[in-house]
Design a protein around this ligand. Structure first.
Ligand SMILES: Nc1ncnc2c1ncn2[C@@H]1O[C@H](COP(=O)(O)OP(=O)(O)OP(=O)(O)O)[C@@H](O)[C@H]1O
Ligand SMILES: [Mg+2]
Length: 249
């Protein structure tokens, strides 16, 4: 079988005397959407930070495309295709939706082919942006100035920008926090439509969202992985129900 895209091997993390992650091993497969759920303080954000390189694990290894990246800086990981979505917006408010996307596409190129980027006409990035917009919830609105979009829509545009660069894996920490139920559903629809071949690792407290949209779900509890399985199996998993759902099966 093909190597997983991302492999966390026996990753441990301590803050002071607090053991936040205890030998967690978890893989993300090519193209899948993996949900990561667990109660507050379970270690979800810490695990995502270790995957993206924002913190170094106390022990264990991180492999991406079979390469050991445990000590690689976040920007270098991004260049390999391991990207992290941010909660703060990276949108230029004075630019239109299509220009924002085109700029992101160009920046992505600059990273991959620095020596070519200068010569690459903006026109082709704009055409690519139009194509992406045409397949998204922003269809027909490419000329809208991004700063005039609602908060929820700006978050959606942020997600679209993250995926426009076609990362192998996009790490998202509660991307729908602060959004209405409808906006959160729109965000997931947009993610799925724009996903292409990218894998997504999604941390969320919105169980409906995770169970409806993820191929597999990992349940973390007090720094330990309780289960990793399909949504159907997690629903039936006794340990997962007790750990996260807080109820007896
Ligand atoms: N920089 C830090 N210094 C000290 N303790 C930390 C630090 N970051 C996280 N922690 C602690 O590590 C534990 C796990 O935190 P983490 O943010 O990873 O959990 P989480 O699952 O993302 O929680 P939430 O659902 O609330 O976002 C918590 O007890 C938290 O207080
Ligand atoms: Mg968190």
């Amino acid at each position: 079988m093909k190597d997983p895209l991302l492999r966390l091997q026996a990753v441990s993390q301590h803050f002071g005397g607090l053991r936040v992650l205890d030998e967690v091993s978890l893989s993300v497969r090519h193209g899948e959407t993996l949900g990561l759920i667990g109660p507050n303080g379970a270690g979800k954000t810490s695990l995502l930070n270790i995957a993206s390189g924002f913190i170094r694990p106390r022990a264990g290894r991180v492999l991406f495309k079979a390469r050991d990246i445990t000590r690689l800086a976040p920007a270098k990981r991004a260049r390999l295709g391991l990207a992290r979505g941010f909660q703060s917006s990276r949108i230029f408010p004075v630019h239109t939706i299509r220009h924002n996307l085109a700029l992101a596409l160009r920046a992505g190129d600059a990273r991959a082919h620095a020596w070519l980027a200068g010569r690459r006409p903006m026109q082709s990035s704009l055409e690519q942006a139009d194509e992406i917009i045409g397949r998204s919830l922003f269809q027909g609105r490419g000329d809208t100035v991004a700063g005039t979009l609602s908060y929820g829509e700006q978050r959606l545009l942020d997600l679209l920008i993250s995926l426009a660069q076609r990362p192998g894996l996009l790490l998202l920490d509660e991307p729908t926090a602060g959004l209405s139920k409808q906006e959160a559903a729109d965000a997931m629809t947009l993610l799925r439509a724009a996903q292409g071949g990218s894998a997504i690792m999604l941390v969320s407290h919105d169980l409906d969202l995770v169970f409806d949209h993820c191929d597999r779900i990992a349940v973390l509890n007090l720094g330990t992985l309780t289960a990793v399985d399909t949504p159907e199996a997690i629903r039936r998993h006794e340990g997962a129900q007790q750990a996260y759902l807080g109820r007896q099966p």
